[in-house]
Ligand binder design. Structure first.
Ligand SMILES: [Zn+2]
Length: 256
């Protein structure tokens, strides 16, 4: 399986190594294809959707290409990708918006008597590499470049022990995380699709609008929604590792 690199133009802009096509790139990436132009593969992803309602749901997300990049065992981030707005201290660093919503969510949980705390957040490529080398549970640890943690928007809450998957904090998250823009990345029953075993503690911030799109049109399936956004709406320069609709087919078939 050939590894691909997704690499939105906005990433380049933020990294300050833009090659002059920055604003143009952004414009391209934020312009949705008219629905008539969706490939059969993309149409299959949104088969029974009311297309006008779908468009209304994804329009607020068009400018959030970096936030909603597809990162999985097939699609990777560049080795030098570092989010530019990381905040927080010590081991727990997150992109600013994610950090704020985590705080808001923690306060809400506290009112319900739940102590919600992050045990892992942003991880650099190099850190992930070390983790992969040291781990005794390789199925649970992504290869470097393939971890959502490198995005600075993924958080492991309270535990990473499968024996703890029903602890009150994780039960609370299951019920409430969506209200704060967080989504369970590796749900039970979707292992073949996401490439990972069920992880009751791993949440990715996708914004409230992202959760609305995910829940309204993709059955709560974060991976499927990200695949749609990244392979059907956004068209980064081919040289940056564009995901072709054909890739989406392979991807879906691979996972069956
Ligand atoms: Zn995690």
């Amino acid at each position: 399986m050939v590894k691909k690199t997704i690499y939105a133009g906005t990433f380049l802009c933020l990294l300050g190594i833009a090659l002059g096509g920055c604003s143009q790139q952004k414009e391209i990436s934020q312009t949705p294809k008219p629905k008539a132009e969706f490939s059969p593969i993309c149409e299959a992803l949104i088969a029974n959707a009311d297309k006008e309602a779908l468009r209304a749901a994804y329009t607020p997300l068009l400018a959030k290409q970096e936030l909603l990049a597809l990162v999985d065992e097939k699609y990777s981030l560049p080795q030098d990708y570092i989010p530019q707005d990381l905040v927080g201290q010590g081991k727990i660093r997150l992109r600013a918006e994610t950090y704020q919503w985590m705080k808001t969510m923690q306060e809400a949980a506290k009112k319900d008597g739940i102590n919600l705390f992050p045990i892992s957040a942003y991880r650099s490529y190099a850190y992930q590499q070390g983790l992969k080398e040291r781990t005794k549970n390789p199925a649970y640890v992504a290869s470097p470049g393939h971890s959502q943690h490198q995005l600075g928007t993924a958080i492991d809450f309270n535990t990473v022990n499968t024996k703890d998957e029903n602890i009150p904090a994780l039960q609370w998250l299951k019920k409430h995380a969506g209200k704060y823009g967080f989504s369970l990345s590796f749900p039970k029953g979707k292992e073949a699709e996401t490439g990972y075993p069920y992880e009751a503690w791993h949440y990715r911030y996708i914004s409230k609008e992202g959760v609305a799109l995910q829940d309204g049109f993709f059955g709560g399936n974060q991976h499927k929604m990200l695949l749609f956004l990244n392979s059907c709406l956004w068209t980064p320069e081919k040289t940056l590792g564009r995901i072709e609709p054909e890739d989406a087919t392979t991807h879906i078939q691979d996972k069956k």
